[in-house]
Write a new protein. Structure first.
Length: 94
């Protein structure tokens, strides 16, 4: 499992680099995305400027909110068993 955590950390580091690039060169990102989504570059630029950037660790507040959702899904019969989000939440490798 330790190697899994290292792989996830590596992927997160790479995503962070892409995120930094996207934040620093919105026009280039818009030029790449516009043809794929069928919108003009200026429109995509406006949308990208409104985006929040950054990869952040999961917080206890997010875990609590997700636990409420999981508990509701279980109560509705959408999950076959109760789950504890805290136990499933990934923590950064130290």
């Amino acid at each position: 499992m330790e190697s899994d955590a290292k792989v996830v950390d590596l992927v997160l580091a790479q995503l962070s680099e892409v995120d930094d690039w996207a934040r620093s060169d919105i026009h280039a990102v818009a030029e790449q995305l516009a043809p794929a989504i069928g919108l003009p570059v200026p429109v995509v630029e406006v949308a990208l400027k409104r985006q929040a950037y950054g990869i952040k660790p999961i917080t206890d507040s997010v875990i609590a909110d997700q636990q409420k959702v999981a508990d509701t899904f279980f109560a509705l019969g959408l999950l076959p068993r109760q789950i504890k989000i805290f136990d499933a939440a990934r923590r950064p490798a130290t």
